[in-house]
Design a protein around this ligand. Structure first.
Ligand code: ZN
Length: 248
């Protein structure tokens, strides 16, 4: 398998300001994900909010097959022209994977077009992510359920457009449920939202969670037919402009 060009974008704020998060992710929340994907042979690049242009220059995005996003406290510091750039790349075929609190990141909200709001509660309750689509490539190799001893709760209603597929549905100790693994298409691009990954818990060291992210990277890489006429090309096709003969 040829390596997929993956850019992991991490806001990288909690790790610098919160000792508890620093202890869990001393090299950043992105680090265990980057290591896992690199070990699989993917070409992994990491960008953060502190980099010029958020590390998402046109050149970086043009050389990205799949963009993974983790953000929480600084969504608004991502400039709108970068969001424009990301949206254009997704419509042109770049995959986009939004993790955990990235439900309210600017790129995800732009791609969804809704508030992306949800219920939440952080008391470290148990989460069970049930596989609700065992036939989807993203759940390949995962047993019936992934159990996390401690996570932040996200609960329905999740204000997103109806997903193409709901690959995982979470149960929480406190009684809430949540569509934790959802897919959408926008233009040529594939989008996956994956819920787990609160900064204070070691979720991204969990091998099953990493396995799901790796599956999602492979799924999200564009593999469609760029030769087929798409939106904006139909006007170039003369037969569509010819008058239609009517049967009298
Ligand atoms: Zn969180």
């Amino acid at each position: 398998m040829a390596g997929i060009r993956v850019t992991i974008w991490n806001e990288h704020r909690h790790e610098q300001t919160d000792a508890k998060v620093q202890a869990v992710y001393p090299d950043g929340i992105h680090a265990p994900i980057a290591k896992y994907l690199s070990d699989l042979g993917h070409e992994v690049h990491v960008s953060t909010l502190d980099d010029d242009d958020c590390g998402l220059t046109p050149e970086v995005l043009d050389n990205t097959d799949v963009l993974i996003w983790w953000g929480h406290t600084a969504h608004n510091l991502v400039m709108d022209d970068i969001v424009d750039r990301i949206q254009a790349r997704v419509l042109a075929g770049m995959g986009f994977i939004a993790l955990h609190s990235s439900h309210e990141s600017k790129p995800f909200m732009r791609l969804m077009g809704t508030s992306c709001g949800l219920l939440w509660r952080d008391i470290g309750e148990k989460e069970k992510l049930w596989v609700t689509n065992p036939y989807h490539p993203i759940s390949k190799g995962i047993d019936a359920v992934i159990e996390l001893d401690h996570e932040e709760m996200y609960g329905e209603c999740f204000d997103v457009p109806n997903p193409d597929d709901v690959v995982f549905t979470s149960w929480f100790e406190g009684g809430n449920v949540f569509r934790s693994g959802c897919t959408w298409h926008r233009g040529r691009g594939k989008i996956f939202y994956f819920r787990p990954g609160h900064e204070a818990y070691p979720t991204y060291y969990n091998k099953e969670i990493l396995h799901v992210i790796a599956n999602a990277v492979e799924w999200a890489k564009f593999d469609g037919n760029t030769e087929a006429a798409g939106i904006g090309k139909a006007a170039n096709m003369p037969f569509l402009l010819a008058p239609v003969e009517k049967n009298e």
